[in-house]
Design a protein around this ligand. Structure first.
Ligand code: ZN
Length: 491
């Protein structure tokens, strides 16, 4: 994931140096003879956390704490003021990209647009869209020399993500952390409250720099729960861990919390955490309700991706996901135009901070439903009604219509005879359905479901059903629908 660190030191050198500094800091704070892991769970004062950058972060610095303060303020600005703030930042980034990235200069020239054309956020629409292929096939790095010590080189990969390489500069990373801290506060969390991060670990997925991660976790009062499998055998230990560690907030994949809550329902188990931040997958109303009931907590949906980290999050009112609008411009488009209230479109993002690899109108690969409403919390940050899943989860019909990825989990939850479901489309006009049956399964129910799909997708749509023993999670995600067909939202 993270290919290179910073500070011009090898990992070993940095570890040695930091350990010594850290040991002394710890001793002055808690007395001698305590190693830092012993005191896990004793929250550090925020001031100390600030002072210890970059001991626990490679690139992110104290500035992030100032940005956090800033974002706390700007979230309450009125919508027009936020748009103004965005326009100012946008002008700068477009100017910069035009002046310092040959790719953008050529693109803008070809499209007949210049940085002077940006006066409002709406003017961004004059600029061309950026695809993942554009990034793979061109060099988008700024030709300004950045000190490698102030950048993070990221490359995404694996079979769920397309391989992409890009740089994140310090300012972007600082703002990312600031936005994360703001989100944490929306859950009621305060500095020092314990966070438990749950994710699926796969072989070779480990952090390259675990020491610095551990240090940050310690200072932050964050604990990790890395899960390799989640089944009836492993779940009791996980629940016990939660009960013992008593996190204030848990964050991780929606699927993890859903699995846990399903198990808890089956065995009539109740735990108390205050908040769950659910991300990486669609959070269905059914699993939200289950989580709320069995963890007796509030559930916050979060939308993010590797390129920008947090994109939009729910606040305590849960009326949609507030875009981190000080950091990103999020457009939802169909056929090149912004969608209407309640309509689904493709998510296109412009990063307002990252100069190292500017992302301007980047097609992130997701679909979302737009809303122009304001949230009753009073924050001026614009809303996304909900995220509808990956574009690769869209099943196309023979009638020109399509079903988005979120359709299937909603639909399947009412089917009594099916434990797990996956629909896969590799060919236009056909789709294959994989099901894990239970004792209530009937051919009639399946037949009715297929008739229902045909209503949406066309009467001549072909479906083939195959019963399987399991539909495995991949990196913590169960995909209800997968398509390998090309789908063009914005030509
Ligand atoms: Zn709100």
């Amino acid at each position: 994931m993270i290919k290179e660190g910073v500070l011009g030191m090898t990992h070993e050198e940095m570890k040695k140096r930091d350990e010594e500094i850290f040991r002394r800091m710890r001793a002055s704070y808690y007395g001698d003879n305590v190693t830092w892991v012993d005191k896990m769970g004793v929250p550090f004062p925020l001031e100390m956390y600030k002072e210890l950058f970059p001991l626990h972060h490679y690139v992110i610095g104290k500035e992030s704490m100032d940005y956090w303060e800033e974002l706390r303020e700007t979230q309450w600005l009125r919508r027009e003021e936020i748009l103004k703030l965005q326009a100012e930042k946008l002008k700068k980034i477009i100017d910069y990209a035009y002046g310092n990235v040959a790719f953008y200069r050529k693109r803008f020239d070809e499209a007949g647009v210049s940085p002077a054309d940006i006066k409002t956020v709406d003017d961004l629409r004059k600029f061309p869209l950026l695809s993942k292929d554009d990034i793979k096939n061109n060099d988008l790095t700024s030709h300004v020399e950045f000190d490698p010590g102030t950048m993070l080189h990221v490359h995404t990969g694996g079979s769920t993500a397309e391989p992409l390489e890009f740089n994140c500069d310090k300012k972007q990373l600082d703002y990312r952390l600031a936005a994360f801290l703001r989100l944490m506060e929306w859950t009621g969390w305060k500095w020092g409250d314990r966070e438990m991060r749950c994710w699926f670990a796969t072989a070779g997925d480990g952090y390259k720099y675990p020491e610095i991660e551990k240090r940050d976790a310690f200072l932050f009062n964050r604990i990790f729960m890395s899960l390799y499998t989640l089944d009836d055998e492993s779940i009791p230990a996980v629940l016990q861990e939660i009960e013992e560690k008593k996190p204030y907030v848990m964050d991780g994949y929606a699927e993890i919390f859903n699995c846990l809550a399903e198990y808890m329902k089956k065995h009539d188990i109740y735990l108390k955490v205050n908040a769950i931040i659910s991300s990486s997958q669609t959070l269905t109303p059914k699993s939200r309700d289950l989580m709320m009931k069995h963890f007796s907590c509030d559930v916050f949906d979060k939308y993010g991706c590797r390129e920008f980290s947090g994109i939009a999050n729910e606040c305590e009112k849960h009326e949609g996901l507030h875009v981190n609008a000080e950091n990103l411009v999020v457009e939802i488009l169909k056929d090149g135009r912004p969608v209407e209230e309640g309509e689904i479109g493709e998510v296109v993002i412009t990063d307002l901070n990252n100069l190292a690899t500017p992302f301007i109108r980047y097609r992130v690969g997701d679909t979302a439903r737009f809303t122009d409403r304001s949230c009753s919390c009073g924050r001026g940050l614009p809303l996304i009604q909900n995220v509808e899943g990956r574009i690769q989860a869209i099943i196309q019909g023979t009638n020109g219509r399509y079903l988005v990825g979120t359709f299937f989990p909603h639909f399947v939850k009412d089917m009594k005879g099916i434990d797990k479901f996956q629909i896969r489309q590799d060919k236009f006009g056909e789709a294959k359905i994989y099901v894990v049956k239970n004792k209530n399964y009937t051919e009639d129910e399946m037949h009715e479901a297929i008739e229902e799909f045909r209503k949406y997708l066309g009467e001549d749509m072909k479906f083939e059903v195959e019963a399987v023993d399991d539909i495995p999670l991949y990196r913590g995600k169960r995909h209800h629908s997968i398509s390998t067909l090309d789908f063009k939202f914005n030509q």
